[in-house]
Design a protein around this ligand. Structure first.
Ligand SMILES: NC(=O)c1ccc[n+]([C@@H]2O[C@H](COP(=O)([O-])OP(=O)(O)OC[C@H]3O[C@@H](n4cnc5c(N)ncnc54)[C@H](O)[C@@H]3O)[C@@H](O)[C@H]2O)c1
Ligand SMILES: CC(C)[C@H](C(=O)O)[C@@H](O)C(=O)O
Ligand SMILES: [Mg+2]
Length: 351
């Protein structure tokens, strides 16, 4: 039996987690899987229940799990709380050393019409943002906020850059063998080091091409020529911003999953979006970001490719039938969409 820590969180988090687990339940039945779910509070829900965004039981449960599923945390309710929900997520990533955040973006022939960008620009987009997740300005010290000034510090050690670079090059080796390293080396010292280490690591991967791109122009190329990218590797904050921007290519933040890996412990799988307070409680959120996070888990933590293929093919079929949620211009409720996916899974498995 494999143990999955379930962190539903806040806002639309519990809604999309519930739908994702229905899909996983169906996969368990169809493929005789043996996953046990262990729910824990995190974020705002944990502040309300335990007074802290990452309670000890939650961290301990995650540490001893085989994989972690997280939906989303945060919301305006906790804007003035002494500890914010976001700190719980950052503390979890840091405590488990989840330094490599993988955010895939794809647009097929069948889904290109869902993009607000021109079909001809987005069709065939297929790239991965490899975001450094435990360093940079998110974690650097000193950090200070007083009335007259505020300080954040961006720090990167060479070894932190080297390990995320190696991860990006290894992924590129399994794909189209191109890495685009995104930095701001015309201004930032951390980016100058980033670029130097990228060049050093490239020597270990002679079959992979390395290109450098400044983050400002990368933000432009991302939505004018997204098909040029294969693997984008970048630091923590640039990766956060560029991956939300990249959601415009397939058409919605509600489509994008992610995986976060450490060197040896359990991996964490979560949508890239937040708790979407503007649509919470209405049964209109797109559950695909959560469902695809689950298929990433099945593949990357458990090598269950057949079950993941079945779920993804079912999602494709449902969307091809025109059943889509509001964010993509459709009318399907979150729960209706999921029911349609579950039906398709049964059909595909010959049930
Ligand atoms: N990993 C996380 O849990 C995470 C990530 C990002 C933001 N946050 C937090 O979430 C809260 C809200 O942040 P925000 O509003 O800036 O960003 P957000 O990602 O929650 O929402 C941005 C926009 O995308 C839409 N959206 C997001 N997910 C969707 C889905 N599955 N289906 C349909 N539409 C979807 C929202 O309705 C909203 O209009 C903040 O507290 C923020 O810190 C958490
Ligand atoms: C909620 C926030 C701390 C988080 C981040 O900035 O990493 C989110 O935006 C994300 O992309 O996962
Ligand atoms: Mg983000």
């Amino acid at each position: 039996m494999k143990n999955i820590a379930i962190l539903a969180g806040d806002g639309i988090g519990p809604e999309i987690m519930a739908q994702g687990l229905k899909v996983l339940d169906k996969a368990q039945e169809l493929f005789q899987l043996d996953f046990a779910y262990h729910p824990y509070v995190i974020g705002g829900a944990a502040i309300d229940e335990k007074g802290t965004p990452l309670p000890e039981e939650t961290l301990a449960g995650c540490r001893t799990s085989d994989a972690i599923l997280l939906a989303a945390i945060g919301g305006p309710k906790w804007d003035d709380a002494p500890e914010r929900p976001e700190q719980g997520l950052l503390a979890l990533r840091k405590a488990l050393a989840l330094y490599a955040n993988i955010r895939p973006i794809t647009v097929s022939r069948h889904t290109a019409h869902l993009s607000p960008l021109k079909e001809a620009i987005v069709v065939g987009s297929d790239f991965v943002v490899v975001r450094e997740l435990t360093g940079g300005i998110y974690f650097g010290e000193p950090r200070e906020l007083i009335d007259s000034q505020a300080v954040d510090t961006c720090v990167y050690r060479a070894e932190e850059i080297r390990r995320i670079m190696r991860k990006a090059f290894s992924i590129a080796r399994t794909r189209r063998k191109k890495v685009t390293s995104v930095d701001k080396s015309n201004v930032l010292a951390t980016s100058k080091l980033w670029r130097r280490i990228a060049e050093e690591v490239a020597l270990e991967f002679p079959d992979v091409t390395l290109e450098h791109q400044l983050v400002d122009s990368a933000a432009m190329v991302l939505i004018t020529k997204p098909t040029v990218f294969d693997v984008i590797v970048t630091e923590n904050m640039f990766g956060d911003i560029l991956s939300d921007e990249a959601s415009v290519i397939p058409g919605s933040l509600g489509l994008l999953p992610s995986a976060s890996h450490s060197e040896d412990g359990p991996s964490l799988y979560e949508p890239i979006h937040g708790s979407a307070p503007d649509i919470a409680g209405q049964d209109i959120a797109n559950p695909l970001s959560m469902i695809y996070s689950i298929t990433m888990m099945l593949r990357q933590s458990f090598s269950l490719h057949e079950a993941a293929d079945c779920i993804e093919a079912a999602c494709d079929s449902v969307m091809a039938q025109g059943i889509i949620t509001k964010d993509l211009g459709g009318t399907a409720a979150t729960s209706q969409f999921t029911e349609a996916v579950i039906q398709q899974m049964t059909l595909k498995r010959g049930g």
